[in-house]
Design a protein around this ligand. Structure first.
Ligand code: PAF
Length: 283
């Protein structure tokens, strides 16, 4: 039987647990999550274990990164299953604050983000999102004071935003991006995949296939405009409502015209019914 990890729900309990963990010069890795854990999250935990002697996983569905019309209320909450998975991974500590602990009465401070946060990708469709992410991740970094923090690459713009924020605010936290974990048919693992109907689930891998096709055309020397037009057609013909399919510089997120402007990252967001999926691939 795996040993259940320590769970802290208040700041004093977190501090006590962290003091305990830090004895004997331990290094600490933080894996921030919103729960509803899948194999993608567990791959982050495994990477964290290779980078530090102790692993803390935060489980907090952060209201400030959801707009009022989005799925904060219905976001999957699977605490018991999450606990069992984290116990199997031998996680040391779970930080599971409630909303009042993170945002007490009178809370009035937010981290403002620019640069990669205003690249015209997710921010065009979810203008509230990166401010909310940066604020909660900034708080998590201050609360846990980890040596490293591991984020998935599926939210590629988010990874760029938190990397920038960690450096700009001199947090001393090394942000590590972990590869996207995919289902066998190529669909990127996501807590929101549970929203898909069986019919939508069958169509969903088209997103990855279309990005691979677009990447192939870019590598063969086609212009970004021509390659993206082919990818966008594949996606819309499969029944998605496309928010964007873009070719950007992998570091700066600036638009690119061809493979010569690389390294390129292809980024996509599209809706199947009410479910919005995002994904990206390196070219
Ligand atoms: O990627 C996520 O799950 C969330 O945006 C994060 C980083 C845990 C912040 O709430």
């Amino acid at each position: 039987m795996p040993r259940p990890p320590v769970v802290a729900r208040t700041l004093p309990a977190l501090r006590r647990a962290l003091d305990d963990l830090r004895r004997r010069n331990a290094t600490v890795a933080l894996v921030p999550t919103m729960g509803a854990l899948h194999d993608g999250h567990l791959s982050l935990v495994r990477l964290a274990k290779r980078r530090a002697t102790r692993v803390v996983v935060s489980v907090f569905v952060n209201p400030t990164q959801f707009a009022p019309h989005e799925d904060f209320g219905s976001y999957p909450r699977t605490w018991k299953a999450d606990m069992a998975k984290l116990a199997t991974e031998n996680v040391d500590l779970i930080w599971n604050p409630d909303v009042k602990t993170m945002y007490p009465e009178g809370f009035a401070t937010r981290i403002g983000v620019e640069g990669p946060a205003v690249a015209g990708l997710e921010d065009r469709f979810r203008p509230h999102f990166f401010g909310g992410v940066a604020t909660v991740v900034g708080k998590l970094f201050l609360q846990v004071r980890p040596d490293v923090a591991v984020f998935g690459s599926k939210d590629f713009q988010q990874l760029r935003v938190v990397t920038r924020m960690a450096a700009d605010l001199d947090t001393g936290v090394k942000v590590i991006g972990a590869p996207t974990i995919r289902e066998r048919d190529g669909l990127a693992m996501s807590s929101r995949n549970v929203y898909l109907t069986p019919e939508q689930r069958a169509v969903a891998p088209t997103l990855y296939r279309a990005m691979k096709e677009t990447a192939k055309l870019l590598k063969a020397g086609k212009s970004a405009e021509a390659a993206l037009a082919v990818g966008a057609k594949l996606i819309t013909e499969a029944g998605f409502a496309l928010d964007y399919l873009e070719a950007r510089h992998a570091d700066t997120l600036a638009p690119v015209r061809s493979i010569k402007d690389g390294p390129i990252r292809l980024l996509v967001a599209a809706k199947l019914g009410n479910t919005r999926l995002i994904d990206n691939v390196a070219v």
